[in-house]
Ligand binder design. Structure first.
Ligand SMILES: [Mg+2]
Length: 405
């Protein structure tokens, strides 16, 4: 696996960079992007604010207190999605196999290109092209696998590039904080810090069994990542899974109210699955099969999203346009595709911390009591919404035997 050439690319402070591209007066100024009300949340902040202790995810009110001179801008998911697509298009043209892992992050497998060209040179040219054509700063890391390249990108930032030569993975990672390993979350970090582990070097010198004892199954993964080992392939963007659900009726129906209420319930459920998998969709599709077995479907490109309150009206809008034959319906279905990794905060620029907390609270209830434990009143009519599997682990979603509604 060590003869691969994997490039990781990450747009620097993406939302901030887009805002600066739109208004160049914002250049070099401390900038906060997110919900602009006092109860809003910081979705992105410029490097100039970092020294003040500001970070994304914190309340806008606190961020303003910490950095009073910062300019606050309300984000726009549509604008960011458009710029993300522009960058995607360039990477698509320039690499044989790429994966879009989030709205501002990409992997490309350049193995094989080295026989003809120098991978580092090609990566450098791609980066230059993106900066020139989109005006957005981007950094890359290049190495034999995903994790080392991702960490290298982080070390290269802002607006730079870094290659780790084959065989130097461990050496490169040794002095870095364990926090730099993407699989080390806040909780794991605290656990390891309590053990006195601070640098990746210490993990490299530990026995794998020891880490498994402390961290469970995750310990093995983190141990391997610390050694610079990662065999995950780059998954082609167009092969990325979509998630979908459909329902065939026992008896064909023409009850529009019932159809809509099922669509709402389906959307809520799929959106929850997106959020649970930290995914966003950029393309939604509604399908209808009539009693004469003719199937029709319509899709809509949308800004990256995983929030019910945005998805539901769009799904109903597609349905209104699609359902025009006034015939009995045998089946309806919904599909979300163009999935990327991303946090649903992207849809909450307009909203407050309260809205964010509401989503969190509802999802926690679903996690505990099953995915149909809380549903919108308008979706209550739909008691079953068809068979579904969780696309992110291949398992059926958690549904308890006794659903409380
Ligand atoms: Mg980024």
């Amino acid at each position: 696996m060590n003869d691969r050439h994997i490039m990781h690319m990450d747009l620097d402070t993406f939302y901030v960079s887009v805002e600066r591209k739109i208004d160049s007066r914002l250049q070099y100024k401390p900038l906060l992007v997110g919900g602009t009300s006092d109860r809003g949340v910081v979705a992105a902040c410029s490097y100039e604010t970092r020294g003040y202790g500001v970070h994304s995810g914190m309340s806008m009110k606190l961020a303003r207190q910490l950095c009073p001179e910062a300019i606050v801008i309300r984000g726009n998911a549509g604008t960011y999605s458009k710029h993300s697509d522009e960058v995607t298009e360039i990477i698509k043209q320039e690499t044989p196999l790429f994966e879009k892992s989030s709205i501002d992050e990409f992997y490309a497998d350049m193995t094989g290109m080295d026989r003809f060209y120098d991978c580092y040179k090609i990566a450098t040219e791609i980066r230059r092209k993106i900066i020139k054509e989109t005006g957005l700063p981007i950094s890359f890391g290049l190495s034999v696998n995903k994790v080392v390249s991702k960490i290298a990108t982080g070390e290269a930032k802002p607006n730079n590039q870094l290659m780790i030569d084959n065989g130097f993975e461990k050496q490169f990672m040794a002095p870095l904080s364990i926090k730099k390993i993407p699989q080390v979350g806040d909780k794991t970090y605290q656990t390891l810090r309590h053990l006195g582990v601070k640098r990746i070097k210490t993990l490299q010198e530990m026995q794998e069994e020891m880490l498994i004892k402390v961290l469970g199954k995750n310990g093995s993964l983190i141990w391997r990542r610390a050694q610079g080992v990662d065999n995950r392939p780059v998954i082609a963007f167009n092969e990325r899974k979509s998630i979908s659900t459909e329902r065939t009726f026992d008896k064909d129906t023409i009850d529009v109210k019932k159809l809509k209420s099922i669509l709402i319930a389906m959307t809520e459920n799929l959106a929850y699955q997106l959020r649970r998998g930290d995914k966003l969709t950029a393309c939604i599709n509604v399908k209808i099969k009539y009693s004469d077995f003719n199937t029709y479907s319509k899709q809509m490109r949308i800004p990256y999203c995983s929030a019910d309150h945005i998805l539901i009206p769009k799904i109903l809008e597609i349905f209104e346009r699609l359902y025009n034959r006034r015939l009995l319906v045998r089946l309806i279905g919904i599909r979300f595709s163009h999935l990327v990794t991303g946090n649903y905060q992207i849809n909450l620029f307009d909203d407050t911390e309260t809205a964010l907390n509401l989503y969190n609270a509802l999802d926690n209830v679903r996690e505990k009591y099953g995915d149909r434990a809380v549903v919108r009143a308008s979706g209550l009519g739909a008691r079953t919404i068809g068979r579904m599997i969780n696309p992110f682990n291949g398992l059926p979603p958690v549904v308890l035997a006794h659903r409380k509604q």
